[in-house]
Design a protein around this ligand. Structure first.
Ligand code: SAM
Ligand code: SF4
Length: 330
């Protein structure tokens, strides 16, 4: 039973857990200068024992899906051990990750063997030069090769996310390339509208484009809007029977976006974040230190939920504690 409910009647069966702030990419909208150590905060990232206790408590609160994110979650040396511990001991039914796809060609086999239930891969462009321009890395071929390997291994539930950027990847020819890709690949592709964070105002002003640009493209081409499922997340999905994959749009500035919020976030240093763009972020790590603290930890999380606000105020430029999404996992 899901015990995680807020005062607006929303339920939270889904947790995003960041397991590291470190990232090896330099995406212009997130970490344009690459990962920098935060000298004002010398706390380490949650260790595997803390993660085990936390995920067990979350499972007892009714969480049925956890997404590991970062930073780049796969740069953690014990990444596969963390996966194993959650899969084996937490009781959470589905474990999925969001990754930039670094070395995916080499990791595909191990990912399949780990029993991971789904993977979101960030690919901002199918054009190699554009991909390099956005991320600072010429790694598109190894990521696409990794996807091919996962498919050969019969790995299900592959999603691809791209941040929509004005004049960079928002042309009709970009949309067409993705349409060709999902025609033959059973992969969901979603554009995320660029979000303003504490660090990226100039970039945001330069590159933000409303996601309606892509939605118009879909509407003009017989893509059918799929109504929300019971526990659907924020992606609005579109289907077309001639295509194996689906299209989707994540539009955080849209009216009612927060109504479908079904997730809480926990940072790599153990802060509970009720909203990606909120100003509250209490630390719950002290209750992950011993096995007999589970009840106290569950209690604290439940109490904090009462403070979750109805909506973010992103449209007013209020980005909350989020300097960039590498600390909260997007
Ligand atoms: N490093 C992994 C990756 O890139 O997939 C996981 C962490 S990353 C912060 C999670 C997602 O957030 C990525 O899909 C990324 O494109 C997206 N993201 C980061 N900054 C964003 C921003 N300012 N606006 C919209 N999406 C953003
Ligand atoms: Fe790294 Fe992901 Fe941020 Fe890109 S979006 S810099 S891959 S954390």
């Amino acid at each position: 039973m899901n015990l995680l409910k807020d005062s607006f009647g929303r339920k939270f069966p889904y947790i995003r857990l960041s397991i590291t702030d470190v990232c090896n990419f330099k995406c212009g909208y997130c970490l344009p200068n690459g990962y920098q150590i935060d000298k004002s905060d010398n706390r380490t990232f949650l260790n595997i024992n803390e993660i085990e206790r936390l995920t067990k408590a979350l499972s007892e609160l009714g969480v049925c899906k956890i997404r590991l994110t970062g930073g780049e979650p796969t740069v953690r040396k014990d990444f596969f051990d963390v996966l194993k511990v959650i899969k084996k001991h937490s009781g959470i039914k589905k474990t999925v990750i969001t990754t930039n796809g670094y070395h995916l060609d080499k990791k595909a086999q191990k990912i399949k063997e780990s029993g991971l239930d789904g993977i979101n891969i960030s690919i901002d462009s199918l054009d190699r030069e554009t991909f390099k321009y956005i991320t600072g890395h010429d790694r598109l071929p190894e990521i696409l090769e990794g996807i091919k390997k996962l498919q050969e291994l019969n790995f299900k539930n592959i999603k691809i996310n791209a941040v929509l950027l004005k004049g960079v990847n928002d042309k009709e020819e970009d949309f067409k390339k993705w349409a060709e890709f999902i025609k033959t690949n059973e992969v969901d592709f979603r554009y995320i509208e660029l979000m303003q964070t504490g660090d990226n105002l100039d970039y945001f002003n330069r590159y933000h484009v409303p996601s309606s640009k892509f939605v118009n493209y879909l509407n003009e081409r017989n893509w059918i809007f799929q109504t929300f499922g019971k526990d659907a997340g924020p992606s609005k999905n579109y289907i077309n029977t001639n295509y194996k994959g689906k299209f989707g749009v994540i539009a955080p500035y849209s009216k009612d976006f927060c109504k479908s919020c079904n997730r809480l976030r926990i940072t790599a240093k153990g802060d509970l974040r009720l909203c990606l763009f909120g100003n509250t972020g209490i630390n719950i790590r002290h209750l992950m230190q011993k096995d007999d603290q589970t009840e106290e930890l569950k209690d604290l999380i439940l109490k904090q939920l009462n403070f979750k606000k109805e909506s973010h105020y992103l449209e007013l430029g209020e980005t909350g504690l989020t300097k960039n999404l590498s600390t909260t996992g997007g």
